[in-house]
Ligand binder design. Structure first.
Ligand SMILES: *Cc1c(COP(=O)(O)O)cnc(C)c1O
Length: 467
């Protein structure tokens, strides 16, 4: 055995103890840590010939990188949609590394981790009050979940005209309707050979909305004269957390032949609160749903689930089937995750989610969701009353989209944002809504509290806006 490996294994106690203490220090003092950095390049290390061993490698990591790690899982990192990690999810994540299983199937007598993944999916269906007729699995993020769901949709629409796209490649024009698809959905369409330009934009509702105008949707459906199509809808748009009208869409589904996909990366969590679950009412008749776990479920990266109605099991298998290896069995009889999603080998991504769901239950997630929305409203209220800032859409859930009042000069907005992020106390991201330069703050971290909002507001007030 290699000497360094042998030495590290002997000293694993001491090594892990050091890492534990360092981790605790990070997690306990995260609010003192900066939320931004200006470093954009690092000196590259050459690969060491004999290796440094674990302890010296940890030292080197600390010298080179530790100070530069931003508090992106802290309570004032409001950019993008970035969740934190609950204590129980960290336990689950550590154990996923330690046990290092590869969840695929049970029939190969290999391991039972696939059963843990299936159980976790059931817990999630319970959390979201969704029926058990969704089959689900874990992928890296909502992008891959959208990819998985829309790949099955692509197979479905091919089959509608007697084609097997999985086997023979994509041909003909695939009809897709959507109003405000997330950028990752467009990326998915390009990866699927459909083309990111090849969707028809449905009008959005009037009045600060980003949701599908149902009347326009009906018009577009009528124009299709019975041709099957794929509808990509949103449970929570990134800018203003707007929701499509799922009750209306589920009624249309009774009448027309289409695949209904919901991108609910973060908005699906509205289901966790009696106050907000009306936003997703009717969603259970969708064909497929995307939900991110590394956002509002507050488990570490990488974690998301796809949910596809079990009626489409064969289509899903046709799409992802990896049946050429005799040792993998017959995909129709022996369930194996690798025949249902893009990856073959995977980490036990379900374990952090299993821990967090089990540790905090329905009440835990109701509290996280309601607290996040409350924090978004506090910031929204400040902006609404302010002389300097302008709220661009009502705070419907957890996202606050705003700009400098009366400001048409995008550069001014960007320099305000750069100065705010430079404070290191809060991080927000730039966006474009209605083609103007805006900013947004998204609240999905379990830690964020009203003291944080006071800090954020104080920092916003400090910045001079130059004319
Ligand atoms: C974040 C997000 C995605 C992409 O998710 P990743 O986890 O970054 O792959 C897709 N859709 C919506 C609505 C999102 O908020």
């Amino acid at each position: 055995m290699n000497k360094q490996l042998e030495y590290d294994m002997k000293n694993l106690d001491a090594l892990l103890e050091k890492v534990k203490l360092q981790g605790l220090d990070y997690l306990k003092n995260i609010n003192e840590r900066k939320t931004s950095t200006n470093v954009i390049e690092l000196d590259c290390t050459k690969l060491n010939k004999t290796g440094l061993g674990g302890l010296d490698t940890l030292k080197l990591f600390n010298e080179k990188f530790e100070d530069l790690m931003v508090a992106s899982t802290g309570s004032r990192y409001l950019g993008y949609v970035i969740g934190g990690a609950t204590p129980a999810s960290i336990i689950g994540d550590w154990l996923a590394t330690i046990y290092d299983q590869n969840p695929q199937t049970i029939n190969a007598q290999g391991d039972i981790s696939m059963l843990i993944e299936k159980e976790t999916i059931k817990l999630l269906l319970d959390l979201f009050n969704l029926p058990n007729d969704f089959l689900g699995g874990f992928v890296t993020g909502a992008t891959m979940s959208n990819f998985t769901c829309l790949a099955v949709a692509r197979q479905w629409i091919g089959k509608e005209s007697g084609k097997d796209f999985a086997k023979n490649g994509v041909s003909g024009k695939i009809k897709i309707l959507s109003a405000v698809p997330h950028s990752s959905v467009l990326k998915t369409l390009s990866m699927l050979g459909i083309g990111s330009n090849n969707f028809e934009k449905v009008k959005i509702e009037e009045g600060n909305r980003e949701s599908i105008d149902i009347e326009d949707l009906k018009l577009k459906i009528d124009e299709l004269k019975g041709r099957p199509f794929i509808l990509i809808s949103s449970a929570g748009t990134v800018n203003t957390a707007d929701f499509d009208d799922f009750e209306a869409i589920s009624k249309l589904k009774e009448k027309y032949n289409f695949w209904w996909h919901i991108d609910g990366a973060f908005g699906a969590f509205a289901a966790c609160s009696p106050k907000y679950k009306h936003l997703i009412k009717g969603w259970e008749t969708a064909d497929s749903i995307t939900i991110d776990c590394h956002k509002w479920l507050n488990v570490p990266y990488e974690s998301a689930v796809y949910l596809v109605n079990e009626n489409h099991k064969v289509l899903q298998m046709e799409t992802f089937q990896n049946s050429n290896a005799p040792y993998l069995g017959n995909p129709a009889e022996d369930f194996n995750y690798l025949n249902f999603l893009p990856e073959n080998s995977r980490r036990l991504k379900a374990l952090p989610a299993w821990f967090s769901l089990t540790a905090y239950g329905k009440k835990g997630y109701q509290d996280i969701v309601e607290d996040s929305v409350e924090m978004a409203r506090l910031l929204g209220d400040f902006i609404e009353k302010s002389e300097t800032f302008e709220l661009l859409a009502p705070v419907r859930l957890n996202n606050v989209c705003f700009t400098l009042k009366g400001e048409k000069n995008g550069n001014k907005v960007l320099s305000f944002l750069a100065a705010l992020n430079d404070s290191g106390k809060v991080f927000m991201t730039a966006t474009m809504l209605n083609e103007t330069q805006d900013m947004r703050a998204s609240f999905v971290n379990w830690r964020t509290n009203s003291t944080d909002i006071e800090t954020v507001i104080a920092e916003m007030k400090k910045i001079k806006i130059n004319d």
